[in-house]
Design a protein around this ligand. Sequence first.
Ligand code: ATP
Ligand code: MG
Length: 446
Amino acid sequence: MKTAAVDVIKKLAEAGHQALLAGGCVRDHLLGKAAKDYDVATSARPEEVVRIFRGAKTVGAHFGVVIVRQADETIEVATFRRDGVYSDGRRPDSVAFTTAEEDAQRRDFTVNGLFYDPLKDEVIDFVGGRDDLRRKVIRAIGDPRRRFAEDHLRLLRAVRFATVLDFEIEPTTWSAMRELAPCIASVSAERVRDEFIKTLEHPRRVAGFDLLVGSGLMGVILPEIMALQGCEQPPQFHPEGDVFVHTRLMLGLLPADASLPLILAVLFHDIAKPPTFTVDETGRIRFNGHDKLGAEMTGDILRRLKFPNHVVAPVVEAVANHMAFINVPKMRTARLKRFMARPGFEDEMELHRADCLGSAGDLSTYEFVRRKQHEFASEPLIPPRLLTGADLIQLGWKAGPALGSVLTAIQNLQLEGALHTREDALRWIEVNAPVPDQFAEETGAV
Ligand code: ATP
Ligand code: MG
């Protein structure tokens, strides 16, 4: 048990207050897991907490939360409280300070409503949280409909805890979630995004995906994903089924520690298949341009969910490029090297691998790239140029598009392995690209 939090509790107890560890840290402690942070709940009022701990900062005065620094750590100390009326579907309009028991009642799920007294080594359970931990159940405290109606974010929290803890959602809690799922639309995109990320980043992400879909939350947050259901694909390439089945299957094929951009790229790589669906005269299903339109849709969706650009950009690029893998075996070496040298390429390889394994299972292109990576491994994919723009200017060239094309041509030959040294490059220029007649070029006389 974290000593800094226990020290805080000792000091509060010495001053005559009741002080307990509360919420997630008690749950994780009882599950034998390391807690992310240790929260203290106490009968002491915020002003009393501030008096006991030098340098303590009141953060949510309204909610009675004080941040205490102890042994280089920050511990949240919150006065036991009862929540007032909720009018915005997210936060109570007011709170009142109260007892530990009432403080337990305001918490979201029974497994999050436990207290622990580290001085007496005693769990204090007003809500049946210990039984639910044993039974591996997520159950709302009190009337589930009321609790989700008060704070709509709890809908996504239930999904997240069921996913990361590998717990079942208790049936009445689940039916309340299904009934109230539309309310998630009124929660800020940032909060939705953060819960969504925590659910899908977890190795049990397919379970999280299924809960999002089954509860109806996915339909509100990402209707585009639900539109993949029933979008048929050519069976010779996709024996697994429709685009939804394929996407879900791919999620389950990712490495446990897959990056967020990779997970999102899987979710959205075929997002434009429904709007590009066509059947030609031979009866063959096609999705022409679904990569390009998909990249646009992905950008729009991720910006709607307020993802930062450093996440949006690689996901959009991966979606835009996912069909380019088909051309990889035919690419000239220079083009292939440039394709492989892009920063997000390893994630794109994983996307491609899952795309193949989640459909017909042909990994030949994936293996081709791996062989090429091996072949190219002795030197950087994009080595320093043999000649620079400055070199050409010294030879008498002028800056401009013509100079740029010559530089690219030389780099292509270098990447192809046709030119190795600066001398090779200079010789090549002499023969193939002598300094143009600048005067003629400038006057447009050529
Ligand atoms: P994590 O491991 O993600 O930190 P946690 O259970 O600690 O999980 P926090 O969001 O840190 O979750 O919240 C701490 C505690 O505060 C929860 O365990 C729960 O008791 C209570 N709580 C948090 N958010 C809510 C909410 N929206 N409604 C009711 N109680 C909540
Ligand atoms: Mg926490």
